[in-house]
Structure formats: structure tokens, C-alpha cells
Design a binder for this molecule. Sequence first.
Ligand SMILES: Cc1cc2nc3c(=O)[nH]c(=O)nc-3n(C[C@H](O)[C@H](O)[C@H](O)COP(=O)(O)OP(=O)(O)OC[C@H]3O[C@@H](n4cnc5c(N)ncnc54)[C@H](O)[C@@H]3O)c2cc1C
Length: 258
Amino acid sequence: MKIYVLVKEVPDTYGDRKLDLETGLADRAAGDVVLDEITERALEVALSYAGKNPDTEVVALSMAPETATASVRRALAIGAASAVHVADEELRGADLGLTAEALAAAIRRGEPDLVITGNLSTDGSGGVIPAMLAEHLGFAQATALSSVEIGADQITGTRAGDDGTQQVTATLPAVISITEALPDARFPNFKGIMAAKKKPLEVLSLADLGVSADPAAAPRTIMTTVSEKPPRAAGVKITDEGDAGAQLVEFLAQNRLV
Ligand SMILES: Cc1cc2nc3c(=O)[nH]c(=O)nc-3n(C[C@H](O)[C@H](O)[C@H](O)COP(=O)(O)OP(=O)(O)OC[C@H]3O[C@@H](n4cnc5c(N)ncnc54)[C@H](O)[C@@H]3O)c2cc1C
């Protein structure tokens, strides 16, 4: 079985995250960048299966600026056998539609049986790339899975919603997205880090993929303005002088929270 895992480099949520107010894009120089944790978990789903099924090939795929090589190599250090990095300056500011088109073209070249993604990235938070990929590829899709079982010709999994859980099945080839309910990724060890330096890492441009970023080629979303979140206002501190309960109720009522 061949599994493609979609890994994305994002600004570290533990550090300062800023928008570049001129371009509206994440300011990558404002802090550290890391592999999005949800995509490391997606990688873990593939690697756990590969551990029990030795004829499995796990490929990490990322669309990111050229500077993201270290993040792509991290996926190799964790255990992917090879990686594909789609890097092209024309993709700067790519909307969800162009991203899905470029990623789908890269996946098509590899002809995988299964594509595993995170359900929502911590920076863009679009949450629709998995479904868009399935549509482009003509694959079945099962999204937001909190448990996954991979079989020879189908996947089964659980989707947890607010009102209950659903058991779903999709025949392969399929695109699945997973939630944070799945286990953390294994940590890359020294052997993995050294091995990653020699593993195949293919860098592809839009021309290689036959995809055009020209807005005339397909409808694209254009960001018209961007502004920073207003700073948080200071909270209200209630000192208990015997009437804290009443003050709390008044505060909640005033702010329409009850
Ligand atoms: C030069 C360049 C600059 C970029 N700058 C930015 C930027 O500033 N901010 C930004 O958010 N994005 C940037 N991207 C990436 C791209 O535009 C976004 O990934 C895209 O819009 C997807 O949105 P999302 O993360 O909200 O998707 P979601 O639907 O929330 O993502 C769900 C899952 O899909 C997969 N996925 C999504 N995007 C990618 C990807 N690019 N590569 C691999 N897997 C992916 C992951 O598994 C993810 O967990 C850049 C890309 C390039 C090449």
C-alpha cells in the first residue's frame, strides 16, 4: 500500500504569531516555524500501519515556501520513506482552491492508495483541503476521524460529533483527515535524523505539476484587506465582599452571557 501524508509547516503556536499586514500572509520571520502537530499525528497513523505491514510505502507531501526544507526533512526523520515538496514563488498567497489543485496534482503523480491529512491546520484553519482533494482526485473521503483502521481495500473510522459518534467506511483509494484524538507522533531519534539526510526529497514546481497560478485560469479568492486583532481589553476583577455572586450574575447578564 502507498500512503501519502500531507504535512504542513506552520508558525509555532507556542511563540508569537503575526500577520504581515502588507501581504495578509503569516509573517514567517516573526517566530519559529514547526510541522503542524496535527500533520505529525497523520504521519503517525501511516507509520503505525507501515510498522505492521512492511510492504507499505509512506510519502510525506508538503506545499510550502523553499525555506521549509527542514520541516519536510523532519517528516523523513520521523519515518516517512520519501518526501515531495511543492515549492514555487507563484504559490505565495495561494488560496484554498489553488492549494488543493497543486496538492492534488502532486498526489496524482504518486498514485497512492490512501491520503492522510490533518482535519484543520493551526494557521490557515480552512478545514476544507481534504474534501477538495478528494473531489479533484475522484477518491472517496472520510473526514475528521477520531479513530482509523486501515484495511487492504478500505478504511473504517469514527467521526465524533456534538450529538454522538458515527462509524464510517470508505473504499480505497481515499482521502481521510484525522483529529487530535489520535496519538502523538513518535519523536525522531538520532538514527532517524541521520537517515533523513539520505532519503529522497523531490522538489516540484507548478510547471512540473502542470498547474497555473494565473487567476485567469480558475476563480481565485483575493484578500482585499487585512487588519490585526484589536488588543484584548482588561478583564473585570470581582473582589468578594459578600456580594461577589450578585456581581458575577450582573456581569453575566450585562454581557448577555446568561
Ligand atoms: C510560497 C508559499 C507561501 C505560503 N504562505 C502561507 C501563509 O502565509 N499562510 C498559510 O496559511 N498558508 C501558506 N501557504 C500554504 C497554503 O496556501 C495553505 O496551506 C492553504 O491555503 C491551505 O489552507 P489551510 O491550512 O487553512 O487548510 P486546511 O484545510 O485547514 O488543512 C487541513 C489539512 O490539509 C493539509 N494541508 C493544508 N495545506 C497544506 C499544505 N500547504 N501542504 C501540505 N498539506 C497541507 C494538512 O494535512 C492540513 O492539516 C503557503 C504556501 C506557499 C507555497
